[in-house]
Design a protein around this ligand. Structure first.
Ligand code: AMP
Length: 274
């Protein structure tokens, strides 16, 4: 019987994976849920071995309190990964990963500095840095990422699809029955907050179908619903915008687009797109 291999040291990682050429890699920060499970199951279908990392990457947090409060649930995570029959779990320490003390070599273009990049200074530089380090360590054939973090997916594709032979797969957002996107941060919400998040999702799904019927009215419809949500649910909206999927610009006429939102419920920051 093949057991899941738990790896904490880079030297052990190298030994464990050296004979495998078709590794599917699923990077996570733990606090695993059905969204992660969906990525892992996709990887298991496409790859000969699946490697999941659990690493709460300090460099991608622009706010120390957020880093400190980020849900950490290692015991439960390992149970889930065993149940899914994952081949390798990599749980490095910060020291293992950042032993060279090098700063991120990645710089966003001005056109990238929208949505989360505008509000979380240094966040994506930290994300690109850690993914780059993981790609170098693992040389995965595939990386599996969720559409929930669309801008992350977009930037990782932009920066790494040409640089490496690793192929980047995107996976649909998994939601609960009230349409709330599953997220580790949902562990920080109480039941009422989660219900609120559900109403907000449902309104944004409705907003999208209205905009689909009349794209010229997008800005007006978004303004209206923004006011509505703030009054009704007592949330703080960081951004609520329609952007095209080609370059994340604001021109959505004749282009595929999504509605992007970042908001705070009870000091917990959630993002989603529709
Ligand atoms: P995280 O642990 O939050 O950094 O997420 C790890 C990966 O899981 C990222 O590629 C996320 O986009 C993806 N992910 C997070 N939530 C969901 C979800 N609800 N559905 C699908 N993928 C998700």
């Amino acid at each position: 019987l093949l057991q899941m291999k738990l790896i904490r040291q880079i030297t052990d990682l190298n030994k464990a994976i050296k004979n495998f050429r078709k590794i599917g890699f699923v990077p996570t920060m733990g606090g695993l849920h059905k969204g992660h499970e969906s990525l892992i199951n996709t990887s298991k279908k496409k790859s000969s071995k699946t490697l999941v990392s659990i690493f709460v990457n300090p460099k991608q947090f622009n706010n120390f309190k957020d880093y400190k409060n980020y849900p950490r649930k290692l015991d439960n995570d390992l149970k889930i990964l065993k149940k899914l029959k994952v081949d390798f779990v990599f749980i490095p320490t910060i020291k293992q990963i950042y032993n060279d003390n090098k700063l991120s070599e990645f710089k966003l273009l001005k056109s990238h500095k929208v949505l989360c990049a505008k509000y979380r200074k240094g966040h994506f530089e930290g994300v690109l840095d850690i993914i780059n380090r993981f790609i170098i360590l693992i040389s995965p054939k595939y990386i599996f990422l969720g559409e929930k973090d669309f801008q992350q997916l977009y930037l990782i594709k932009k920066f790494f699809e040409k640089k490496y032979s690793t192929k980047i797969f995107s996976c649909k957002t998994i939601r609960n029955r009230n349409k709330v996107a599953l997220s580790s941060r949902n562990f920080l919400l109480n039941r009422d907050d989660l219900k609120k998040a559900g109403f907000i999702s449902q309104q944004l799904i409705e907003l999208k179908s209205q905009i689909n019927k009349n794209k010229d009215k997008a800005n007006y419809l978004i303004k209206k619903i923004k006011r509505n949500l703030i009054n009704k649910y007592d949330i703080k909206i960081e951004y609520l915008e329609a952007r095209n999927l080609t370059n994340l610009g604001t021109n959505i006429i004749k282009k595929k687009y999504k509605i992007f939102i970042a908001f705070y419920i009870n000091k917990v920051r959630l993002i989603d797109n529709f």
